[in-house]
Write a protein that binds this ligand. Sequence first.
Ligand code: URA
Length: 436
Amino acid sequence: MRIVDIIDKKKKGLELTEEEINYFISSLVDKTMPDYQASAWLMAVWFRGMSENETALLTKAIINSGEVINFESLTDKIVDKHSTGGVGDKVTITLIPLLAAAGIPIAKLSGKGLGHTGGTIDKLESIPGFSCALTVEEMKSQVNNIGLAIGQQTGNLTPADGILYALRDVTATIDSMPLIASSVVSKKIAAGAGNIILDVKYGSGAFMKKPEDAVKLAELMVKIGKRLNKSITAVVTSMEEPLGRAIGNSIEIIESMEFLKGNIKTGDIAQLTYDFAKIALLQTDKFKDEETALNYVKELIHSGKAMEKFKELIKAQGGNPDITDNYSLFKQPSYKVEIKSDKSGYIKKIDAYKIAYGCKLLGAGREKKTDDIDYSVGVYLNKKSGEFVNSGDVICTIFSNNEDKTELCKKYCIEAFEYDIEKPSPQKEIYDIIKP
Ligand code: URA
């Protein structure tokens, strides 16, 4: 078998066999295939797509490129939640300590920032000392000890996804349904959870721009789950506007901690976290209805139990839990620039992609797979859609370490804000739910 023939076959839009997909993935992992051939294959898949059967075979091959965690008797109880990627999307960080505090064990493999979107690993690793590089044994013992662990797809867990993920990020091949589906589902199955909840995003800040495409992606992932004997629930949600007010790495962790401390009770982040928590809690059969589940979640925040769980997670993964009460322990940016509105009116929309692009220019994301990122930079939205501004009011704040980059980011931020004289109707967060 030759890799060049596999690339050629895909280029012509033909269906690959299981042997060909397995050969491609094993050559990727044992490094006998150079990156340029893997990149050419990714581009061929981007243009030609893959059938449901090929996508399931690719998912299986990625899973088999490493180990699968076996939580034995705990497996059926373990929940994993994953987002297909967004801007300011910190719902994993707000949700998992809550679920763990509710007694639901969580074992999760996360990703680094991809394209313009942020990554849970980058955000968590903005906490000095925090590391997601856990071995299978470390993941297992941490779930047994504190009820939650967040690892990454390196080492012996879906190593093929780690390589493909980094290549896709720099070869413009991220927004492909079979590549997203196989990347997400392989990680979720390898991490060993019995119940998988996916947040499939659509909109300006997502990889799927149209809700109908996000529904197709959601359906594909649920079907692949079924073929591989996993129960997957996929929730299709909006990513037209950044989630919450903070976009960056450390500033998103700070906003998540403010939610867990009970200081953010309304708005999109609170709403989506509550919605996902309700879905997870109702799957346990311990709650008779949504209202009881929601009251329980709010009590976990009010009592400090959710925040306590987040502190335990930080400590277990090498970070300093004192950071939860002392935000100055995060690396600090040198510039803080406030952007003022030059008009009055309601904010109609804030374009998520433009804000993300501005943040990437500041250094919050990677241009090349080897780039370091700057955890301290980002954009804070002082105003969100539906809020009224007077001319001269601050609409957003840029945190930066470079004057020229600040100017570039400012241009994208100003362009991102759209105004209206009428108050816009509130945006619906959940578009559809695809059940197993
Ligand atoms: N998240 C992933 O893990 N993989 C993708 O391809 C997109 C989002």
